[in-house]
Ligand binder design. Structure first.
Ligand code: GLV
Ligand code: MN
Ligand code: MN
Length: 407
């Protein structure tokens, strides 16, 4: 199983900043990560193809030409992210397919591992970009209209030197799989705390993301009296605190403002404009909706009090997604012999699985995150737990292939 760790270590060098890993979609290190995945897959005897969203599919042939049993995750990272979020599910999926191929028993269905493009939304403002296109949740035209944070339009990046892979056939219209399984690190502290090594995911929290543009009046920091100001950053600060307050009051939800652009962003100028993004999540969609109501009310109140204009717009809405009951049972059956303490867990993080679940029965397997650390450079999982997750995934893929319920 050393290839699993060797590959993860190799991917961790791509985009390494010293503080973490920067591997946003269609950047040079992300392109190299896709190339490595394609090369490892081809060397393992898998057929490698890509689609025009940048998703890369690696397929182990089955005895019959049926829809595949699929697994996968993503190779892009957040800014200064960790080595396992996403990469583990891709490299672990490949390791599971290699393990099954080496067992000598040919699966009935094709087995496929997918590296989904741009799950993190860290360059183009859409999370789960590749899997959303694949599942038909976001029209391809809409994705083509996206512009990266660096100003590059999606089509230019896709067809540029760090976009689609050279020498890999581009095919569209991949049919949905018979079943989809995603292996991922937990990214939170619960499994470690409870001594659980394999988690059977029950549901993925719904997410709502918003863009708020706050227009005030820029001016001289030394001459404009405090009483006459329409400071966009002061208004933005109130909105940030309103997110925290609304989330706490509604409960069983989380809310974050992690992206904020201040203009003109100079010490001696009263801020004239702030653009920020809000991320709200809960496994109960009624709660995210209730928070939205409170945010709208807060925006109206802040506008009136501070003489600014606030445009609050939803940019991404994904409902909470329960995992498929039968596939979950099958995952539990694969996990329990490997970890008698294997337990159910809800996912607060988003995953490509939440898109694929719209077109196929879907389930997820989690392994613990040391200290619950994720989306940071010191994201870690014990090597033995990484290996156990691959074993569980391989067993679940084989079981799904044999189960007549998944057609
Ligand atoms: C992705 O990791 C997300 O949950 O935002
Ligand atoms: Mn992530
Ligand atoms: Mn992830």
């Amino acid at each position: 199983m050393t290839t699993l760790h060797g590959r993860l270590d190799e991917l961790a060098t791509l985009g390494a900043t010293g503080e973490g890993i920067d591997r946003a979609l269609f950047t040079a290190p992300e392109r190299v990560a896709r190339e490595r995945f394609a090369a490892w897959s081809a060397a393992a005897g898998l057929r490698v193809e890509q689609d025009r969203a940048g998703n890369v599919f690696a397929r182990l042939a089955g005895r019959e030409d049926l829809p595949p049993v699929q697994c996968g995750s993503h190779l892009d990272t957040v800014r200064n992210g960790g080595a396992y979020d996403g990469a583990y599910g891709v490299v672990g999926g490949l390791a599971a397919l290699e393990r099954i191929a080496a067992s000598g028993t040919r699966p009935r269905r094709p087995l496929e591992v997918v590296a989904w493009a741009g799950e993190e939304g860290s360059r183009f403002p859409l999370g789960c970009l590749g899997s959303a296109v694949y599942a038909g949740l976001t029209p391809y035209d809409e994705v083509c209209a996206l512009v990266g944070d660096d100003g590059e339009p999606f089509p230019q990046a896709l067809h540029g030197p760090t976009g689609l892979l050279a020498g890999v056939p581009v095919r569209d219209g991949f049919p949905p799989p018979a079943a989809y399984l995603e292996l991922h690190i937990e990214q939170g502290p619960v499994m470690e705390r409870d001594g659980v090594r394999l988690g059977v995911v029950t549901a993925i929290a719904g997410q709502r993301r918003y863009r708020a543009v706050i227009d005030g009046v820029a001016g001289h920091a030394g001459t404009i009296p405090m009483a006459g100001r329409a400071d966009a950053l002061c208004a933005a600060s109130e909105l940030v605190l309103a997110v925290e307050r609304a989330t706490r009051e509604v409960g069983e939800a989380v809310g974050t403002v992690g992206h904020l652009v201040v203009e003109p962003n100079q010490t001696n100028i009263v801020p004239g404009r702030v653009t920020l993004r809000i991320d709200v999540r809960s496994v109960d969609d009624a709660r995210t909706l209730a928070i939205e109501g409170r945010l709208n009310a807060a925006a109206i109140a802040i506008q009136a009090e501070r003489g600014v204009r606030i445009a609050l717009e939803a940019i991404e809405t994904r409902a909470a997604v329960p995992m498929d009951a039968r596939l979950r049972e099958l995952v539990r059956g694969a996990c329990l012999p490997l970890d008698p303490r294997a337990a159910d867990i809800a996912s607060g993080a988003g995953h490509d699985a939440m898109c694929v679940a719209h077109v196929a029965p879907t389930a997820m397997i989690f392994v613990p995150s040391i200290g619950g650390r994720s989306h940071v450079g010191d994201e870690r999982t014990a090597p033995a737990d990484l290996e156990l997750g691959v074993e569980a995934l391989a067993a679940a893929l084989v079981a799904a292939d044999r189960d007549p319920a998944f057609t």
